[in-house]
Design a protein around this ligand. Structure first.
Ligand code: ADP
Ligand code: MG
Length: 611
């Protein structure tokens, strides 16, 4: 009996799909590359459940002609090359004609596309490679591909997918790399309804790095720009302080394509050798442009690996360019001037006039100008009432001294009605505010008051679970002991309510993907580790206490400091906000925010009255 038979088309497709589509991130990569090849300058990627249940990639590119739609979903169907000769000079990201057919083989695909020449667009539905619908529809120019229910017909492969969070992380990485490879294209990435990043397409790579990896990273990067005959290099090198524990942030593109290459990797690390400790890796984003004749990108089905015809040349060039850039920057004194030296330098450079500050503030082109120490908008906006009375701190020290605060409770000073009746006299010692109210003089500590206001707002959003968090890129790996690891896992919800987004990493290590929006200069890692340490010490019963304490310390960092000038309007807004609190009279650490001195007290001091 014959045992050998031809496989069915469907089976062949599924097997082939396995080479191209490993996980949601592979689909996103293919669709993004198609969008770029289609000439789009704006692309949006949206995923749900890590892309397992839903991926949508929308572009404003050339669209697919109605006649070509069915063909586009056939294996080895491409508009990008005609013969093998074209492979040597191919400049598009795709050319194998495998992506759409592979995606359609293992999921349900909905394609919406319209070219600028057609009046109407087409909606095409294909499920597990079988056409279900093809109809005309009114849509804008461009293409939108929705992929649902990945691996619905290959359950074993579906099982190999990781958690939605992990898959979403892979997708994010793909989007980041593609966005970085094309500063001229606006890329938006939305995960489960929230925008993770949105690049402007302005063409400025530094701005792009800022938008993707955030302020702290974008502040610590150095431009690199080198050229030699058939190869050129440009991009940014992370200063050694940005060192990482893995190679995920050694990002390089060869002729616009994100690739992995041992040759490039070793060359970059060699360039950094004297600046990084062992097992530490650099942050870098490099565009390497090489004459296509020296590069073979046709190595791996997902095209991540490249081969060069002259490894040594490329490697020497890259490592010496990296080393030279780091070295030159290292010698510029601006980086090592102390505050005192800086001031002296300003004096020398600018004489009396105070100009020329640019010389010593090279970093002034970073994107941090919008960050003022006090965010008056946020803090001094209209007061919101708080419903619950929270008494979380010790109060022993509230009613010390002669000026007893309790009167304030009785008088109900801090009500809206009282607003009209008081007069702000002014600020003293850059820290305290003196307010006249009926027959009292009030003294307010601006730091304590502001801290209290911040604290209440933070507690409120913590309790309502409406804390804002920010994604951190790259995520921070935190090494934990197995005990700490369990502790963290048992308290995941509390951490989430605080604004941390955590993900299991290898072994007992965890990955910090998002952190509370308002950390105010605290390192997320430090804060997180402190909470864990305290949890470990105090045991589980006190989790809420530990968290409240952390919130208090966040509020403290956030609050306007003493010895800071504050305008009367700001003070007025602060008082208005303070008076809406149930307990406005002491800061989260128990120190008073306000005390009063009665007219009577003053008269006694002047011996106008005896009792
Ligand atoms: P490849 O990209 O290797 O050519 P694909 O399977 O990814 O193969 O796509 C097949 C063809 O479908 C492409 O060659 C292109 O002509 C067309 N196509 C795919 N996606 C888009 C898109 N977003 N906009 C315009 N055309 C597209
Ligand atoms: Mg393609």
């Amino acid at each position: 009996m014959a045992n050998i038979r031809l496989l069915s088309e469907e089976t062949i497709d599924k097997i082939a799909a396995g080479e191209v589509i490993e996980r949601p991130a592979s689909i996103v990569k293919e669709l993004l590359e198609n969008a770029i090849d289609a000439g789009a300058d704006a692309v949006t990627v949206e995923i749900k459940e890590g892309g397992i249940s839903f991926i949508r990639v929308t572009d404003n590119g050339c669209g697919i002609d109605p006649e070509d739609i069915r063909t586009a979903f056939l294996r080895h169907a491409t508009s990008k090359i005609t013969t093998a000769d074209d492979l040597d000079t191919v400049e598009s990201l795709g050319f194998r004609g495998e992506a759409l057919s592979s995606i359609a083989a293992v999921s349900n695909v909905e394609l919406l596309t319209k070219t600028k020449d057609s009046l109407l667009g087409i909606r095409y539905m294909i499920e597990g490679a079988k056409e279900v619908d093809f109809e005309e529809i009114g849509i804008p120019n461009g293409t939108s591909i929705i992929v649902r229910n990945l691996f619905f017909n290959t359950p074993v492969r579906r099982k190999f997918l990781k958690s939605a969070i992990t898959e979403a992380g892979y997708v994010a990485e793909v989007c980041e790399h593609i966005a970085l490879s094309r500063p001229d294209i606006s890329v938006k990435f939305v995960n489960s309804g929230s925008v993770k990043f949105h690049t402007s397409g302005s063409g400025d790579l530094k701005e792009l790095i800022y938008r993707i990896y955030g302020r702290d990273v974008s502040r610590e990067i150095l431009p690199i720009n080198e050229k030699r005959d058939e190869i050129s290099l440009n991009g940014y090198l992370g200063k050694p302080v940005l060192n990482r524990s893995n190679r995920n942030f050694e990002i390089y593109f060869v002729n616009g394509r994100f690739v992995k290459s041992k040759v490039i990797q070793n060359a970059c690390e060699e360039g950094y050798r004297q600046y990084l400790m062992q097992h530490k890796f650099p942050f870098l984003v490099l565009n390497i442009n090489i004459d296509p004749l020296y590069v073979d990108v046709n190595v791996h089905p997902t095209k991540m690996e490249v081969r060069f015809s002259n490894n040594e040349l490329i490697s020497d060039f890259i490592s010496s360019a990296v080393a030279a850039t780091l070295k030159v920057r290292e010698m510029i004194p601006e980086a090592i001037l102390s505050e005192v030296q800086k001031e002296a330098a300003i004096d020398v450079i600018s004489g009396e006039s105070g100009i020329n500050h640019e010389i010593i503030t090279k970093d002034s082109d970073d994107y941090s100008r919008d960050e003022s120490p006090i965010n008056t908008e946020d803090v001094f906006s209209a007061p919101e009432p708080f419903e619950t009375n929270r008494v979380l701190e010790s109060r022993e020290n509230v009613s010390q001294g002669i000026f007893v605060q309790q009167d304030l409770f009785e008088d109900k000073l801090l009500s809206y009605d009282a607003m009209q009746d008081y007069r702000i006299i002014g600020q003293v010692f850059d820290t305290y505010w003196i307010i006249e109210y009926k027959d009292k003089l009030l003294f307010m500590d601006q730091h304590a008051a502001h801290e209290k206001v911040k604290y209440e707002a933070l507690i409120k959003s913590y309790e309502n679970r409406s804390v804002c968090s920010q994604q951190i890129n790259p995520p921070v790996v935190i090494n934990l002991t197995p005990v700490e690891y369990n502790l963290v896992n048992e308290n995941l919800t509390s951490f989430e309510s605080l604004g941390f987004e955590l993900e299991n990493f290898k072994g007992p290590d965890i990955l910090l993907r998002a952190i509370p929006l308002d950390l105010y200069g605290r390192s997320a890692k430090d804060m997180f580790v402190e909470i864990v340490d305290e949890l470990a010490e105090t045991g589980l019963r006190k989790i809420s206490g530990v968290i409240c304490e952390k919130i208090a310390s966040m509020a403290c960092k956030a609050a306007v400091k003493g010895n800071t000038n504050m305008t009367e309007d700001e003070a007025r807004a602060l008082i208005a906000k303070l008076m809406t609190l149930d307990n406005p009279y002491n800061c989260p650490h128990g120190r008073p925010t306000l005390f009063s001195m009665s007219k009577q007290e003053i008269e006694k001091k002047f011996k106008r009255i005896v009792n």
